[in-house]
Design a protein around this ligand. Structure first.
Ligand SMILES: *Cc1c(COP(=O)(O)O)cnc(C)c1O
Length: 388
């Protein structure tokens, strides 16, 4: 058979020589995965990582990222999801069924709370919210049908640092799993498994990507059975990741700990400066004594992220604080964080927290990688303009 050019541009003769070697992982893209023969196709198992069946479940590119992410916290297994929130949804949908109960910390990422409300309203799952600093007291809330506890350390807006080991001890006494949103520490400053958590969820969208250009999440576990339940949920929900995005995270990963240390150092300098300002009544940064759960941060963490909040003195109105944010030049207004750009956002805490007691407007800063003195000068000029 002499193929037509239209066939030859699909079935070419060229075979790249063996022996190519370079540092970057190859970007293997696939929907279809090709089997050697029918027997291999029939024997292929979708979740066997020693083989490949379909692009949705991963290619060598995503398997490499999963292995590298699992290593950060000395986990055993890792699953990628198309966003941090997708990873959260895989946990709740994979581990809960109707009739079950889930306990969700009041300080979790708001869409996680919202997911709980949806499960309660439409799926016959009871979702109850607990004060993040409850510690051992969680014992009194665990029911026979409680299957999962969600925690976040620190809460990424209000910044309380929960006692994860105490929550895990109470959960494990009753056979309950604890899933931790460990995005703030990027798995670097807080080790989920060493402190007892069963699942470490991380939004790779933040520090692991570092580029403000990717949405992705990871679920890391040490327990094969838990991993398998999550894997089933991800497969049933059809959640896959794009390999170009995986490549971007792989490209950023070698500098993760350096970037994280820089975000930490910059943020502490700026938080320290804010702490001395009369306009600011409280700095909610886990490394500062005013932050609820600071002693637990000191006990359990080896560093801090670049994200923290402040409370303005109560006499500043919402309009004035909004003006402060509008007048910032280097700090931009936007969600998400963990990239090179500094960001600033106001939160109406009474709308997201029924138990919020603090006075004064809450403003959250994501400290990027710009020069610290320039960032401080920007905040200072805007504080002065706010009062002019
Ligand atoms: C951003 C974020 C998420 C969600 O990640 P996405 O990739 O944006 O869906 C979850 N938890 C925390 C703490 C986050 O900051």
């Amino acid at each position: 058979m002499k193929p037509h050019p239209a066939t030859k541009i699909i079935h070419h003769d060229y075979v790249a020589p063996e022996g190519f070697s370079a540092f970057p992982a190859a970007v293997h893209k696939a929907s279809t995965v090709v089997f050697d023969n029918v027997a291999a196709m029939r024997n292929g198992c979708w979740n066997d990582k020693s083989g490949y069946t379909y692009g949705l479940h991963g290619t060598p590119t995503s398997f490499i990222l999963e292995a590298r992410l699992a290593a950060i916290e000395e986990g055993q297994f890792c699953l990628l999801a198309p966003s941090g929130l997708a990873a959260i949804a895989i946990v709740s949908l994979g581990l809960l069924k109707s009739g079950d109960d889930v306990l969700i910390a009041d300080n979790v990422y708001s869409p996680n709370r919202e997911l709980g409300q949806w499960l309660a309203r439409d799926f016959g799952i009871s979702a109850r919210y607990y004060p993040p600093l409850i510690g051992d007291g969680i014992r009194d809330l665990i029911q026979d049908n409680t299957k999962l506890i969600w925690a976040e350390t620190p809460g990424s807006v209000s910044m309380e640092v929960p006692d994860i080991p105490a929550l895990c001890r109470a959960a494990h006494e009753r056979g309950v799993l604890l899933a931790l949103d460990n995005t703030w520490s990027a798995g670097i400053a807080f080790k989920s498994f060493a402190h007892g958590a069963d699942i470490s969820m991380q939004a790779l969208t933040k520090y692991q990507s570092g580029g403000s250009d990717v949405l992705m999440g990871a679920l890391i576990t040490r327990d094969k059975e838990v991993h398998h339940r999550l894997e089933l949920a991800r497969m049933r929900l059809g959640m896959g990741v794009g390999m170009d995005d995986v490549y971007l995270v792989l490209r950023s990963l070698p500098s993760l700990s350096l970037r994280f240390a820089a975000h930490d150092a910059h943020a502490r300098k700026i938080a320290n400066w804010l702490n001395s300002r009369p306009e600011i009544s409280r700095v909610l940064h886990p490394a500062f004594p005013d932050c609820p759960g600071h002693a637990i941060w000191e006990r359990d963490f080896t560093g801090a992220g670049g994200l923290f909040s402040v409370l303005f003195a109560p006499h500043f109105s919402e309009a004035q604080v909004d003006q402060f944010i509008d007048n910032l030049e280097l700090f931009k207004i936007g969600y998400s964080w963990g990239g090179a750009n500094s960001l600033c956002l106001p939160y109406r805490m009474n709308e997201i927290r029924s138990d919020w007691q603090e006075q004064g407007q809450l403003v959250r800063f994501n400290i990027g990688l710009e020069d610290v003195a320039d960032l401080i000068a920007d905040i200072e000029q805007s504080l002065l303009r706010m009062q002019a």
